[in-house]
Write a protein that binds this ligand. Sequence first.
Ligand code: M6R
Length: 618
Amino acid sequence: MCGIIAITGRDDAIAQVLAGLKRLEYRGYDSAGVAAVGAHDLEVVKRAGKLEELTRALDDTPLAASTGLGHTRWATHGAPTDRNAHPHLDPSGRVAVIHNGILENYGALKAELGDVRFASDTDSEVAAHLVARELGRLQDGPDLLTAVRRVVAQLEGAFALGFVAVDDPDTVVVAKREAPLIVAHADGVGYCASDVAALIDHTRDVAALLDGQIARIRPDGIDVVDVDGTPVEPHRFHVDWDLDAAEKQGYDHFMLKEIHEQPQAVADTLLDRLTASSDGETPRLHLDELRIDEREFARIDKVFILACGTSLHAGMLGKLAIEHWAGIPVDVEVASEFRYRDPIVDPHTLVIAISQSGETIDTIAAASHGRDQRAPVIALTNVVGSTLAREADGVLYTHAGPEIAVASTKAFTTQIVGCLILGLYLAQVRGRVYASEAEDILTRLQQIPAAIEQTLLLDQEIRELAERYRDTDYTMFIGRHAGLPIAMEGALKLKEISYLHAEAFPAGEMKHGPIALIEPGSLVVALAPAGHVFGKMVSNIQEVRARGASVLAIGTDGSTADLKEHAHHVLTLPEPPHELAGPVLAAIPLQLFAYHVATLRGEDVDQPRNLAKTVTVE
Ligand code: M6R
């Protein structure tokens, strides 16, 4: 959602702010703007639409300053127009604010300011007015940090806020509550941004502010305090990927690049999962970060997996893995629903929160609801230093590298691998599998990257199918067992980037209603690998074909011969090293199908309409 960047201490601050905004584009936005701190005033340029609009405007009105703010806005309060774009100024034009989040009490705060004219319909602008008022009240001269602290104490809601003021130049003050904010200092320049992607050009040593922290960023360093002014420590970390990883590297789109990065991403996620045990015998599986005694995990009798979107589909596969190997009952739940009912959670319940970004507000909130009931929490996330990673008792990282395209691909397949590892880990701590068995399964899983390489060779065949079906109004994805989450993921991928209507159903549910939707011209994508549900899938394929649907079946070496008799098209995947690993391969043709349909239709694949990469507001 909204992206924030601020830089202080270099003459080309505005150019660098723009470059940072470019790296934040993937978060999703509908307007953008910058503010430059001059000697006597603040200059703001902002435009609805893409960054090109802002760049054009800046070509007409170049801004020069050593301190600047930048913002990409994903509209919540107020339409995506020039006037609602950030930064916002106070009425005297001496304080500017940028904001990611929602200020829930903005109405009351505006009312309290009395008869003041607001220049926008946003919730955010009031923060600039309030900070300007506090600056005016300070007896000992302008001190932006103190003014912001006093305002933050009045705010309700979620925010990452950034302020500059003419009267306290060379200073940026930022504040964080429930929205991500990273700060950094390198070579006499201070930085802050919504995520590390915007800072990676400048430094890989960064710090994530924690909730309630406020930072004053100056060219000579960064001070972090709480709302009372007491110095506090942010979470410092080193980013282990470089600029190359955040570039397209010759691919037309980030999504395509990320699809092709899956062999490496999966290999990296599987790497170094075993450590020598203290008894010097078989190595044991471990989590990347563990902040409680492993024996706590051994005592659990129920698991909740909480996630949203694609991560939820990975969670559905996590349920199969944990129930299969660890023998613990698992519920998988949409994170945004979890805390609005009365889930039975206690210290013997394990919460597993899955999130690529580690910043999805609903997943963070659901996990903390579990923690409030004293349930141990494991985070499965791709982002080191993310809120979810910091707040969990244990963390397993997917080593997918930065995922820039809104449509999740490599994060998904690495999450599935993470779920397999978690299933084995829980089985190990509960004594359900011997370390040697876990080692054996992990060794077999090492074959997946090569199998992904082989699957990617289907690209041309899939593109031809996409050409044929690019204008299909309705596509139904069906699957059973491990095929069902992949069917759901295939439908999500297609709808989010091609805007075509797509749905997924358990194949066994077809006769209970959905088959009524099938008519000549419908496309049914059937997940039909060899395995214990294959025969049933063949029956479902026959049923939809008899009603006029075209059928594209995703099979494996062991099922293709049969499928060719029943489906119009068959894509053949290599046989996976384990049935539960099959979804890693099956996801890939569906990612490529969605990608090709969307590009053939001329859609903006990396930044689909209405969507943000990370959903940081409810
Ligand atoms: O960062 P998260 O994994 O928590 O994000 C969850 C969803 O917002 C995300 O998977 C979304 O569904 C993707 N756009 C799907 O491609």
